[in-house]
Write a protein that binds this ligand. Structure first.
Ligand SMILES: [Zn+2]
Ligand SMILES: [Zn+2]
Length: 293
């Protein structure tokens, strides 16, 4: 709710504004694409901390304003030691726009600047591999993944949890551990057919690993953990009008587009909290994030 956040910010007495307030309002701008508003708020801040810089860099990167973001990093680096959070924000922006050149350059700099920060570098390498994978360079992507694998650094597994009739359930992608897994997979197929009927096109760039025998783009994407959790809700409560999900990582764009359609087709509100934000999918086929995530 970027516009509302900015309105509130300007109503607030100046003496109430602190680092947390600045981060909140810049973050609201960042997730709503309100770059110009973010710029003028950022310029007005007297004491800019590392977190405030990082949030502004995130905002610019999400809008693919990479040069401007890089300038801010340089400005910060001029009199501080470099901050890996800022580089990570820029790197995830580059991933969203499938910019492999910039991603590689950033990753190389991160390796040079932050050799001790193994877990942040692993996340950065996963982002870089995903960028290569989604731009079609699967060789480079698997080289990076193999390297990580050899180092024993596994990427975090995506898990979606959902509460159905008072009981909490967890799903991983391609999960078959649920006792009613057969029904869940049948429901996923049904949902997938409905999606295709309503014009959904599966986007293969969100598959970040080679396909195994017998798998198709559709079968892989239609059984992401979010979709399994949604299917289970419909099996347990066929006429449910509200589903709530929590995901530990960010929702992928294919799941995001599909969930908007499912909310419309099944006339069911779906609320999904992912690692970054809350997505409120309404039955008119919209999401509260305005597709800006
Ligand atoms: Zn997904
Ligand atoms: Zn959303």
């Amino acid at each position: 709710m970027g516009t509302q956040a900015i309105e509130l910010y300007y109503k607030m007495p100046k003496e109430f504004r602190d680092e947390g307030i600045y981060i909140s309002v810049l973050n609201a701008c960042s997730h709503s694409g309100l770059v110009q508003e973010a710029r003028s708020i950022f310029q007005s801040i007297e004491t800019k901390t590392e977190k405030i810089y990082s949030t502004m860099i995130d905002c610019l990167s999400r809008a693919s304003l990479f040069e401007e973001a890089q300038k801010l990093i340089d400005e910060y680096d001029h009199d501080h030691s470099p901050s890996i959070v800022m580089y990570t924000a820029l790197l995830s922006g580059a991933r969203n726009f499938k910019n492999t050149d910039l991603s590689q350059k950033l990753y190389d700099r991160m390796e040079k600047f932050f050799p001790q920060m193994a877990s942040s570098l692993t996340s950065a390498a996963v982002l870089l591999a995903n960028t290569y994978a989604s731009s079609g360079d699967t060789d480079k992507a698997s080289n990076i993944r193999n390297k990580l694998h050899k180092l024993g650094q596994k990427k975090q597994m995506g898990i979606t949890s959902t509460v159905v009739n008072g009981i909490s359930y967890e799903f991983r992608a391609y999960d078959r551990s649920h006792p009613r897994s057969k029904e869940i997979y049948a429901e996923c197929e049904k949902l997938s057919a409905e999606l295709l009927q309503h014009g959904h096109q599966y986007d293969s760039s969100w598959i970040t690993r080679p396909l195994n025998d017998g798998e198709t783009i559709e079968s892989v994407l239609s059984t992401h953990s979010e979709k399994l959790a949604i299917a289970w809700n419909f099996i347990a409560n066929p006429s449910t009008s509200r589903i709530q999900l929590t995901k530990n990582l960010r929702i992928c764009q294919d799941c995001h587009r599909a969930t908007k359609l499912i909310a419309t087709i099944r006339k069911c509100e779906i609320i999904a909290r992912d690692a970054n934000r809350i997505h409120h999918f309404t039955t008119d086929g919209k999401c509260s994030c305005n597709d800006y995530f």
